[in-house]
Design a protein around this ligand. Sequence first.
Ligand code: GDP
Length: 428
Amino acid sequence: MSSVVVVGAQWGDEGKGKITNALCSDADLVVRFQGGANAGHTVSLDGVPIVFHLLPSGISVPGIQNVIGPGVVIDPIALAVEIAGVTERGVEVGENLLIDVGAHMVLPYHKALDAAEERARGQSAIGTTHRGIGPAYADRCARDGIPIGALAAFDEFRPRFEEAVARKNKHITRLYGEQPLDAREMLEQLYPVAQTLARHLADTPEMIREAIRAGLNVLFEGAQGTLLDVTFGTYPFVTSSSTTAGGVAIGTGVPPSMIGEVIGIAKAYTTRVGAGPFPTEVTDDTARMIQERGAERGATTGRARRCGWLDIVALRYSIAVNGIKRIIVTKLDVLDSFETIKVCVAYDIDGRQTDCFPRTADELGRVNPVYVEMPGWMSVTKEARHESELPPRALAYLNEICRLADVDLCSVSVGAKGEAIVEFTSVF
Ligand code: GDP
């Protein structure tokens, strides 16, 4: 299979970065297709963690072509900072990074508007990362955005930007009563950034299609997770892009017929950042244990993640929406010291039991999870590299969740380190 999509099958933070990074050694091309600098993929570089926000995870692996596709929204300033940061860590960023000219920019006024809108929402805040992602996608839809290709001709970009700032300042001052932004100051910041990024700008869709036609291994790297998809997630507590496999087609120009397989990444339990319903959330000692053992803090924001048991109803929904046939289960090691592990197998909504994932956040908020309990394995899994090295009860847990979710197991991650993986079947 030469083109594979890796998507988060839950609410994001499933460990996609580590998995994509591990799969990179067999990939020729790694492509980001949606989201922006609100994503935070942690990968381990020479044993030390490094977080990628906009850069595809393949950037740290020599010999791989990385593409930021047209479906991504790019904060050019954040990207330049990220490139400088990884370069300092010894990662070469040159011809191995292509940025599609059609990807829209997240400009400083988008960030200002994101924060102002969240403040104005008060109690009803969505819990955005204030990175300007929503306003940038909104501008793209309203035909008011600026694609990053515009930076190549800075003299033409300048008046376009000034005009946009003048209009946005009306919103910022009149609607939200906040201070106007200074276009000149922002242009001074953007000019050197444009110089840095110019050499990476390219027309990428045909190049990706050609790579697939040629039988090269192409990996599409999803950010966030299925339940945060703007259409199929728990709206309005979602991100502003199409995080599901369908997002690949609209975010890269690669038609659905050229997508080989979709692999879902799911934690052995569930977490969620920000507001919104979360049926299997726990708030007692169990949550604290998962949070501590799993270091469950946002890679982008540092916010503590809400934690809970694995939710098969939500997982089955993700599998259906994405067309997932195989999953990679991550963070199995986090459950090593639980005597009993719960798995949610159905929902009770207003006294009615169902295994269908509700389509409204309101209904999802009324769900009572129906659990089955499984015995924990109470032993360390992080050294396991082969199925036979996993405790029988851990294997039983994995087999049972795959049976319940009606999906095959591709591999299992048992630690943050790159090599901490037990492979059942290979991806490419
Ligand atoms: P992503 O956005 O899906 O890549 O996820 P994040 O990077 O936000 O969060 C995943 C976190 O879990 C990172 O800190 C990873 O280093 C870590 N991680 C990934 N896989 C495992 C695993 O199997 N076990 C443990 N303990 N940590 C893991």
